[in-house]
Write a protein that binds this ligand. Structure first.
Ligand code: SIN
Length: 313
């Protein structure tokens, strides 16, 4: 469906029953060497070699750390695609991205983001993600988290920014929490097409790809299924309008949310080094890939797995 068509009038979206279930797990006894990365979010974990299989206790401790910090950074992890997939699978089932041509041959769980050219075309999707979003928010069951391995990065630039949406929710007034808590938002992958065209590096999505990703409705405020904490769940990259409202009625509220959610106080900006592995929680963060480097000269080559998640409630 064309985005203009989607914006014409509010349509009642089919309501599927979400199962509000918080799975609080027992805290792991394994102690990790954890160092907060910023006051907003994120932590670096030291002393881990991800080429090795981690014990169940260590995986549980990483899950605890992810719930607490929303983003985990492991430096100097020169891992193979097999090791990347094996580590990611410890946290859940893995997605195969809808943009199938960018999946790593023999490893369809790995989505390649790259501006490196071979035989006249890039070996991954280039120049994307330059808009605030949470991965796969356009699916009925969006992603739990993403694990990105930086293989080559520009000397300067190509950072990724992350915004803490639990903190953004907490900072709202009670009145605004009540208003937003009652709203549901129509999300559509087609919206991101606008941003792809804008940056001019990536090809637009095909109608076939868009057919596989019809509009979905999610609550504006979601509850983290493991911590029980509430987070704003509105990405300018995919948001169309509130269920039961017109696009014109929705716009001022959306504009307020877009501005509020990216207050610098909620943001951590990651400057990539080769073989950083960053694991972020899509249920509590949005991110933005800064395209401020020279795509003709500066190579940026990343591989990402995306862990399946639950229906937001
Ligand atoms: C993305 O997952 O949107 C890409 C992030 C990045 O390339 O930094």
């Amino acid at each position: 469906m064309a985005i203009s068509e989607a914006l014409e009038k509010p349509r009642k979206m089919p309501r599927t029953k979400a199962r509000p279930r918080i799975r609080k797990t027992r805290k792991s006894k394994v102690k990790l060497d954890i160092h907060p990365a910023s006051s907003a979010l994120g932590a670096e974990i030291l002393g881990i070699d991800l080429r090795e299989r981690q014990s169940p206790g260590t995986i549980a401790a990483m899950r605890d750390a992810l719930n607490e910090h929303s983003l985990l950074l492991f430096r100097d992890q020169d891992i193979s695609p097999d090791q990347h997939v094996a580590f990611s699978r410890r946290f859940g089932k893995l997605e195969h991205h809808v943009l199938a041509e960018y999946l790593l041959p023999d490893h369809p769980e790995i989505y390649v983001l790259s501006n490196i050219r071979k035989k006249g075309k890039t070996i991954g999707r280039a120049g994307v993600g330059e808009y605030w979003h949470s991965d796969l928010q356009y699916l009925a069951k969006p992603s739990l988290g993403s694990i990105m391995h930086a293989i080559e990065v520009p000397e300067v630039g190509g950072d990724t920014m992350f915004a803490n949406q639990v903190a953004a929710y907490d900072a709202l007034s009670d009145g605004m929490k009540e208003l937003l808590g009652g709203l549901r938002l129509v999300n559509h992958f087609a919206k991101a097409r606008h941003y792809s065209a804008q940056v001019g590096y990536a090809r637009p999505f095909s109608d076939e790809e868009l057919k596989k990703t019809p509009p979905v409705v999610h609550p504006v405020v979601r509850t983290h299924p493991e911590t029980g904490r509430k987070a704003l769940y509105v990405s300018p990259g995919f948001a169309l309008y509130f269920e039961g409202m017109t696009e014109a009625e929705s716009r001022p509220i959306l504009e307020f949310i877009y501005k509020h959610t990216i207050n610098p106080r909620f943001i951590y900006r990651h400057q990539w080094r080769p073989h950083d592995l960053v694991f972020w929680d899509n249920r509590s963060l949005m991110h933005y890939a800064v395209q401020d480097y020279d795509h003709a000269k500066d190579r940026r080559h990343m591989q990402r797995t995306t862990i399946s998640g639950d229906k937001p409630f």
